[in-house]
Structure formats: structure tokens, C-alpha cells
Ligand binder design. Structure first.
Ligand code: WT7
Length: 568
């Protein structure tokens, strides 16, 4: 029997109070995610249960109980407070998936700080934009990433501390840099947890839009109410599960369902701090007897490419439920997973802004391969007419996916950007920026994004951020960036470029520009293809028409370009 039981019945009777009650929370109480994930689990008599099974890239394994986690998060919280970091300060986590990242996240929340996790593959410029916007006070990092921070710190006057968690003393640290050794530090048994309230800011996750630089979606401690109960109903996490979320905490899946939800449920999580390789992933599941697995379509398609024979060489019998998020999960991948693992991947749809699951498939509910499923109990969803923004009544008609505001984990603002935040709400609905249709049985079918944001391997990249970075290359006069179809990553970045006088298009220059972006932004943002053009298509007002270039890449009808102009 699954946690949710019958989806239809749960949908009728559900209120968020069910989650509040299970967590022992009443309106007006303090609520601190750091406490709920560690101390509370210990208080419930599960102190000796494993919280984290961590495996590094060379195969070494470390295990931590909930009590270890309670003490390490206290130790970090105490340390940060001792530096003079205060509640409400932004503290960036810029690390690979090491234990310090997970415990650091909860430690920051315990002392009232706002955790700002950033993907460790980000280059200097991606890092700079986000630290500058958030006026970040401290960054916690590893020595392998510290050089990226050194290059930008002069331009970040608010950044006071660069905390290095694995300093070995071989190379001297520089000004502002301090070493912190989590396991070697004096253990703090009891820590006065910050008395955060429901609306106290907790996490700041940067996400990309069509225009402007990335925006910080700001969440609050009350998000726990959504994350806890959806981990239970959607991921079906139970007492004895061994759970693996493959996402990096630099992205929201890695925090909502790679830290908060599962640990608030007292479940053991596995973390593999290594790159993707089918054989090592299967071995990881086999070795740790993983029961619940949360991953992404790009990974699933990569596994598919390697073939079913490889899966069959490993013992996957521990698995009992598998979910997917981040991009459309194509029907073939769902059908393949049934053949390969004897069970299907369950698609889930949500966003950085929603903080938790919104439209999902649930254990026990019939899966229609290719559909994202139905709204989470407690969530009012619809698709809105593209022009009038009124709910569409006719099944099968494509509209904008929208949600009635007010669910616990909804973002509360974009950092420093109230105007854009407000623009996301129309006619009393939160507009997701995606298009879908709803069939006669109430299942949602994803169609595509309603904007120019590129989804590569489940990661959103904003064309504007890449275009701006391209313009910093000495040869580039103009640029336009679009997504182009890719069999594994769904989309990859393609750049159209016009060159400044004196520069000639060549393979060498193409590679040089690609590398320039990889270093500056990230491997995700790096164009996989550059097309040098004499000119770029523009509207009458002079704006580059990305959509026209995109349509060409996808072999779509371009149609009447005057409507494209109207859109601008
Ligand atoms: C965007 C949100 C929160 C999950 C990680 C990504 C796309 C997400 C699905 C899905 C089709 C999906 C949407 C969405 N997306 N899940 N199941 N099917 N598309 O969070 O970086 O904020 O991205 O990812 O376009 O808006 P994110």
C-alpha cells in the first residue's frame, strides 16, 4: 500500500493541515527546516538511523546517522554565528556534492541564514552575477573552486568570508579566506536554533528567465509543509526506504527532494559525488540497496542508450519506486524503464518557483506514458487561454499551465526584483511559463515552454545571460542564442554570431568562443554549435528575433513573421 492510497480520495479530502499536524506544527509556531531535518528526527527516537550514505568518485563511502547530522549542522551553525554572520544574511554554498554541502545547508538554516546554493561547475561570471545580486556575505567552498572566487572577490564588497572546507595547509590561504574542518572542529552538542517563523526566508535559488540576468527565487521555512508531504505522497518515502536523488543541490530538486523533504521524513539518503556513468549508477543502486530513485529524463535517456543488457548485469531488485523531473519524460523512456527495471518512471512537474511537486503521477494511479499526471492534492491547477488568461474548458486545448497561489512552498519573491515577481501573477493565477493541455481524464500533457528559456538536460539556461557573455568576446559583434534539438539532452545551446570587422569565421574561432563561455558561465551554457552569420533577423524596433532562429532549428513553420514582431 502506498502512502497516498487512492489519489482521487486524497484529492477530495486533503488539506495542508494534514502535513502541519504530522510535523506537529500549528500556526504561529516556530518552524526551522534545519531543526525538522535533524533534531526532530532524533527526538522521535531515530538518532541512530542513517541519514546520509555518501560515496565519493574514487569509491570511498562515509556514513552519518541523524545524530551525527544533528551535531555537524550545529557545529556549522555555531561556527557561522561566531564569525558574526547574522540571521537573514545570504551564505552561498559552492561545492561538489560533499557531506559539508548537505550539512552546511541545514547549518545555515539553523542559524537563521539564507542558504544560496550554486552549482559548483559555474564559472566566475555565473558566480559573480548571483553573488552580486544577493549581496552575499559568505561563501562556503572547496579548494578546487576557490580560484574562481579569488578572481571576482574584489568586485564583491559585501563578501566578507571565503570559507574553505578542505584546506590541507599546503598552499597559504589569502585575505578573507578561512579554513573550516567540519569533522575536526569541536563538536557542538547543543545549539540555540534560530526561532524562524513560517515566513522567515530560508533558501535563495537562482533560475533563468528569457530577459535579464538570472533571478533569485526566495523561499521561506514554511515550504517544509509542501516538501514533507509531497516526499511522502509522490516519492512514497517510508520508514525503511533508502532513497537516492541524483540532482545536485545547486538546483531546486537537489534541495527540496535531495535534502529537505526526505530528511524531514527521517529517511536515509544516498549521495554519489561522481559524474554520470551507467555502470557506476547501477552498481551504486545495487551496493546500497536503494529502494526509491528520483532522477531526470536526460539521465534516463543516457541509460537507455547504453542498453537494457547493462542493467540486467546488476541486481536492481531493491528498487520499488522511481520518479523523474526536469524535462518532458517521453513515452519511450517510460516504456523502456518497464522493460529494464520492471517498473515505470513516474513523471513529476514543478519548478524552482513552486518549491515542490505540482503535477505528478502517484503510486496506484494509472500512468499514461508521456503525461505529467495530475495536480498534487491541495494544488489548484489549470491551463489558461494564451490570450485571455481565462481557464480553458475544452479538453485537449493547449494553454498556459497556471496555479492558484497560496501553496506552502510557493516562492515569496524574486530577490531585488518585485516587478518581475508581480508579472508572474495574472487574473489571480501564478503563470508557470509552460504550455500544456489537459485531457478528458484530467491528465496534463506538456507541450513546451512559453518563452525562450533553454532546457538542456533538465537545466534551464537563459539566452540573455549567454548572449551577454558572448558579447564580451573580442570578436563578437552581435549574438542570438536558442535551443536546438538533441536526442539525449532534449535541447542544447546554439549561438548565432556576427563578427566584428577584422575577424573571420573559422573552426578555431568557434572552439575558442565555446571554451570562453564554458569557463565564464558553465559547461551547460556552452554552445554546442556556433553559426556565423552576416546578419541576424531583427524586428522593426531592432530586437533580434530569437524565435525565428529557433523555429528554423526545430524545423517548425515560421509562419507570419509580423506576429513574431507583435510578441516583442
Ligand atoms: C522548468 C522548471 C523543479 C524541477 C527541476 C527544474 C521544465 C520541469 C518537467 C516535466 C516537462 C518539465 C519546465 C519547468 N520541467 N519538470 N516533468 N516535464 N518539463 O526546475 O530549473 O525551475 O525548471 O523545467 O519547463 O518550467 P527549474
Amino acid at each position: 500500500m502506498s502512502n497516498i492510497g487512492s489519489y482521487e480520495e486524497m484529492r477530495e479530502t486533503f488539506t495542508w493541515e494534514i502535513s502541519e499536524k504530522e510535523l506537529g506544527f500549528k500556526k504561529g509556531d516556530n518552524i526551522n527546516i534545519g531543526y525538522y531535518c535533524s533534531d526532530r528526527i532524533c527526538e522521535m527516537g531515530k538518532a541512530d538511523r542513517l541519514a546520509l550514505i555518501w560515496q565519493g568518485h574514487s569509491g570511498e563511502v562515509k556514513k552519518y546517522t541523524f545524530d551525527d547530522m544533528r551535531v555537524y549542522t550545529n557545529t556549522i551553525a555555531h561556527y557561522l554565528k561566531g564569525l558574526g554572520i547574522e540571521a537573514g544574511d545570504r551564505i552561498c554554498l559552492f561545492m561538489d556534492k560533499v557531506p559539508e554541502l548537505y550539512f552546511g545547508f541545514l547549518g545555515i538554516l539553523k542559524m537563521g541564514g539564507i542558504a544560496q546554493p550554486l552549482f559548483s561547475a559555474f564559472g566566475g561570471e555565473s558566480l559573480f552575477t548571483r553573488l552580486k545580486d544577493a549581496n552575499t556575505k559568505a561563501i562556503v567552498t572547496q579548494k578546487k573552486h576557490v580560484s574562481k572566487v579569488r578572481k571576482i572577490k574584489e568586485e564583491l564588497p559585501e563578501l566578507q568570508y571565503i570559507i574553505v572546507v578542505d584546506d590541507d595547509g599546503k598552499k597559504p590561504l589569502r585575505e578573507q579566506e578561512i579554513a573550516f574542518d567540519m569533522e575536526g572542529a569541536e563538536k557542538i552538542e547543543t545549539f540555540d536554533i534560530y526561532p524562524s517563523m513560517a515566513e522567515t526566508p530560508s533558501v535563495l535559488h537562482y533560475t533563468s528567465g528569457t530577459t535579464g540576468q538570472p533571478k533569485g527565487a526566495q523561499h521561506v521555512h514554511y515550504s517544509l509543509i509542501s516538501q514533507y508531504i509531497s516526499s511522502k505522497y509522490v516519492l512514497d518515502l517510508m520508514e525503511d526506504d533508502i532513497y537516492w536523488c541524483t540532482a545536485d543541490p545547486g538546483w531546486v530538486t537537489g534541495t527540496s527532494y535531495g535534502i529537505i523533504g526526505p530528511w524531514a521524513n527521517g529517511v536515509t539518503q544516498c549521495v554519489l559525488d561522481a559524474g554520470f556513468k551507467a555502470e557506476s549508477w547501477y552498481k551504486f543502486i545495487q551496493d546500497h540497496r536503494i529502494t526509491i530513485w528520483y532522477s531526470a529524463p536526460t539521465a534516463i535517456r543516457s541509460l537507455m542508450k547504453v542498453g537494457t543488457d547493462v542493467v540486467k548485469q546488476y541486481d536492481m531488485s531493491s528498487l520499488r519506486h522511481m520518479c523523474s523531473v526536469g524535462e518532458p519524460l517521453n513515452a519511450e523512456a517510460v516504456i523502456w524503464s518497464k522493460d529494464a527495471f520492471g517498473m515505470e518512471f513516474y513523471d513529476t512537474f514543478w519548478q524552482t518557483e513552486t518549491g515542490a511537486h505540482m503535477i505528478c503521477n502517484y503510486p496506484g494511479m494509472k500512468v499514461k506514458p508521456g503525461s505529467m499526471g495530475k495536480p498534487f492534492p491541495g494544488i489548484t491547477a489549470t491551463v489558461l487561454d494564451l490570450k485571455t488568461h481565462e481557464p480553458i474548458q475544452t479538453p485537449g486545448t493547449v494553454g498556459l499551465i497556471a496555479f492558484k497561489p497560496g501553496w506552502p512552498s510557493m516562492f515569496r519573491s524574486y530577490w531585488n526584483n518585485e516587478a518581475v515577481y508581480k508579472s508572474k501573477f495574472i487574473n489571480g493565477w501564478y503563470i508557470s511559463g509552460d504550455r500544456a493541455s489537459i485531457d478528458e481524464d484530467g491528465y496534463y500533457w506538456f507541450v513546451g515552454r512559453d518563452d525562450d528559456v533553454i532546457n538542456t538536460g533538465g537545466h534551464l539556461v537563459g539566452p540573455f545571460e549567454i548572449e551577454s557573455a558572448l558579447l564580451e568576446h573580442e570578436s563578437v559583434a552581435e549574438s542570438a542564442v536558442v535551443g536546438k534539438p538533441d536526442p539525449v539532452n532534449m535541447e542544447v545551446v546554439k549561438a548565432f554570431i556576427t563578427l566584428k570587422p577584422g575577424f573571420d569565421a573559422s573552426k578555431m574561432l568557434e572552439l575558442e568562443i565555446m571554451n570562453f563561455i564554458r569557463k565564464k558561465l558553465s559547461p551547460l551554457a556552452m554552445p554546442q554549435e556556433i553559426e556565423f552569420a552576416d546578419s541576424l533577423p531583427k524586428t522593426r524596433s531592432g530586437k533580434i528575433m530569437r524565435r525565428l532562429l529557433r523555429a528554423k532549428e526545430w524545423g517548425e513553420e515560421i509562419g507570419d513573421t509580423s506576429t513574431l514582431e507583435d510578441d516583442e
